[in-house]
Design a protein around this ligand. Structure first.
Ligand code: MF3
Ligand code: CO
Ligand code: CO
Length: 266
């Protein structure tokens, strides 16, 4: 097995899938308010993807080996939930932080992106965790170019997270993406610069650091999907799908409502 190189036609389809995934997050933002349930957010996103965008929500019934089929169309991970939070009757309240992770399939190709939302005000600590994690994502993106090493991405993310007193989740990583939701390579969010395969134009993968305010250890909930921090500390995550271009990178999951790169990052 190896890392697939996308054709110009593939890339054009991935741009569409990626933009649509990001537009789902634009659409849902005003609904992320105190009193809403994660099930309602799931239903709203599902209906937009299926009825308006003509997409398939990739998570619905997704069943990697060893997992039961995922029962919902989005992931909604609240507070100490790290990732793969299964939407349900939980009511969001003032001060919660929630990651909404959207993966669309359009014309056979996937687009995968997630953002943090702060419900109401949010504590200073929660806001700081979300900010530093956003910076980690963009520091990782900023080192993507042909000839760079895959390990350069994880190294810069780990350094920034730990410098700020946080830890990087080890068990889940970014991934190649295209016709398949998860393909090679695994994009670790920690590690050493100058290690791993070299990046080449036409590779597409996600960067999606999961950063914990406390220790890195995680555990799985009895639903078989939801991942939480073992020490119950807050966790944040942001995700983009990126393409390696001839000169650097292209973020494939942009839309009118998505946050811009921090201007201090080169
Ligand atoms: N979107 C997640 C990722 O970034 C994967 C979710 S798998 C699901 O890789 F089944 F939980 F939806
Ligand atoms: Co992903
Ligand atoms: Co995702």
């Amino acid at each position: 097995m190896s890392i697939s190189i996308k054709t110009p036609e593939d890339i054009e389809k991935m741009r569409v899938a990626g933009r649509l995934a990001s537009e789902v997050l634009d659409y849902i933002e005003p609904f992320v308010k105190p009193g809403v349930t994660t099930d309602e957010l799931d239903r709203l996103c599902h209906d937009l993807m299926v009825d308006v965008q003509g997409c398939i929500p990739a998570p619905l019934n997704y069943a990697p080996s060893g997992y039961n089929p995922y029962p919902k169309s989005i992931c909604a991970s609240v507070n100490q939930q790290v990732c793969h939070g299964v939407p349900g009757e939980r009511v969001l309240k003032n001060g919660d932080i929630v990651n909404l992770d959207i993966t669309t399939i359009k014309d056979g190709f996937h687009g995968d992106t997630s953002r943090m939302f702060i419900v109401g005000a949010g504590s200073i600590q929660a806001r700081r965790l979300c900010e530093i994690t956003f910076e980690c994502l963009w520091l990782g993106i900023s080192v993507v170019r042909p000839g760079a090493f895959l390990g350069d991405i994880g190294a810069v993310i780990q350094k920034h997270a730990e410098k700020n007193g946080y830890s990087v989740v080890r068990e889940f990583c970014g991934h190649g993406i295209g016709r398949k939701f998860h393909e090679e390579p695994q994009v670790l969010h920690y590690g050493k610069a100058g290690t791993g395969p070299r990046l080449e134009p036409g590779m597409t993968f996600t960067i999606e650091p999961m950063i914990n305010a406390g220790k890195a250890a995680i555990r799985e909930m009895p639903d078989g999907w939801t991942i939480v921090t073992k020490d119950r500390s807050l966790s944040a995550q942001w995700e983009h799908t990126v393409l390696v271009t001839e000169s650097g990178y292209e973020v494939m999951t942009l839309s009118a409502g998505c946050r811009a790169k921090p201007e201090w990052i080169g």
